[in-house]
Each structure stands twice: as C-alpha cells, then as structure tokens.
Design a protein. Sequence first.
Length: 321
Amino acid sequence: MQKIHKDSFDGYLRFKETKKFYKLSGREKHLKNVKKNKKIFKKLILNKKNQEFRNCQICKSKVNEVLFIKDGYKHVRCKKCKFVFVNPILKTEVQEKALRKESSYTRVMKNKINVMLDNNRFKYGLQNLNIKKKDKKILDYGTGYGLFLDNAKKFKWKCYANEINTDCIKVLRKKRIIIDKEFQRNFYDAITLWLVFEHVPYPNSLLKKIYKSLKKGGKLLVNVPNINSLSALILKEKCTMFSGHQHVNHFSKNSLEKILKKNNFKIEKTETIISDAGTTINYLNYNDPYLGKSKDDFEFTKPSFIHKNYLGYTLLTIAKK
C-alpha cells in the first residue's frame, strides 16, 4: 500500500481553512449540538449524587489545584506531578448512559469527508504498528462503527472490537466483527485506543487488562488529545478538548509515557498528529477559533514547527509488551 503522510489527514491543511473544514465534515453542526447539550451535562455534574472524586491517576496524590471550571466541570492539576484531570467526574453509569445515547459526534464519524481523513489516519497508524506476521489479531477499544477495523482488514488483520454504543454494536455485528468485552488473555498482537483513553476514568485498570491481553511483544497504539498542543495552550478552556463530561483525563507526552511505563509497557515512539493550526491562527487574528476564516499564519503555526516540538493536537504513541 502507498505510504501515508500525516499531513494527508490534517483537516486544516487539506482544506486551507478551519471554517470550511468544520462545515464540510459536519463539525459545525456538532458544535451547535454541543452548545444545546451544555445545560444537560452541567445539571448532571452539579447534582452531588452523580459525582465521583478521584486521586491523580499518575501519582495517586490527593492534592490538586483548580485550573478552571467549564460548564460545571472542574479541571484540576495535580500539585505533585502536574497531571491535569477532571475532578469530580460523572459516575461511570451516568457517563456510560450519556455515551450510549450520543448521536451528534457519531454523525460526524459517518460524514464522507471525515471518513476520508480517518481512513488515512488509521492507515498511518497501521503503517506505524508495522507488524508483518501472519494470522495477526487486533482489538480496537471503543471502535465506534469500526472504520479503523475496516482498514485493518486490508492490512490482513483478524479484527475484534470492544464497544458500548448500542447503535455501533449493531453495525459491527452486520460487519461480522467479533465483539470482545472480556479482553481474552495472551491473545492479541496489537490493541488500539483511538481517541478513547481520555474518556477512561481509571486508565491504570484498563492498561492492566490490555497488558494481560497482549501476547509477548504485542503492541499498544494510543491516540489522545495533547494538553500541551499549541491550540490547547493558547485557547485554554475555549479549546474543545476540554469537554468535562467525556474527556476526564488530559495527557501530555510526559504523562502518557509515564502511565504506560508504570504499567510495564516499553515506549517505541511518540509523535504528534493533527496540527490544529487553523484554530490558533483564527484566535490570534481575533476571530472565532473554529469558525473563522483567517489565513495570516505565523512561524510557530507551521506544521513542521508544531510537530517537531510535540505541539500537535493529538499524541500518537506506540508501546510494546
């Protein structure tokens, strides 16, 4: 297969304007839906019966400071290791109920522009996993409609999925993708977490299951929003990354690698993908970061600078058992 470059699935770079990309990919409508649902999720977290408090998931410290409150969700930073997370969070059953009913972003996932970009992103990930053995098995955790696994099949993988969204499960069954809710032991050659690890309230528990489920030498691919991305550092709480009812942990390169090593994984590589340069350019030109049309860029918003300095919007890390 043709080698994929990460610029090929960067929406801003492909369409040269964030507003155009957001409109064509369905993200503009999704932003409007998010605004409509703000009150619902704010009401949920302000009800103390729905709240669950956590210690830092990196160092277990109980001491943290509030950075900001967005839509009722406190975003805090651990005073010991500087890990940023939401505290309190919605209880698991409340959060999962909300995810099962979620339909706005799943429509974005089905959008033909988004599918085209995601196909390239997933091929890039499979390319970087670089596992060439025969009869290889892969599990995608939080797979959605299975687009990643559609691509994995083309790379000769036997595909398995772990998913909770009921609509997605129906589609996966039609595709004859095997649902694995239990993480079979010593079974997989690779497990992938595409923009799902930030949703997991207790990531160490998940990593322990994944470690046991991988064969010796098996690989884990993790793709998460990067709290040290240029857009997050500049926009701060205005960045859509900070969505407290779903994104409960915010990883940097350092904290992501630290939690993986803590769970006995060896880091093979970490890079950033998706420059998200357009939102920063818009914001610095006094326009709406997501729906603006600014094209006056800066040296530090060039993708080469962004990725060289690990300032891309998401991290892509590959680790080995």
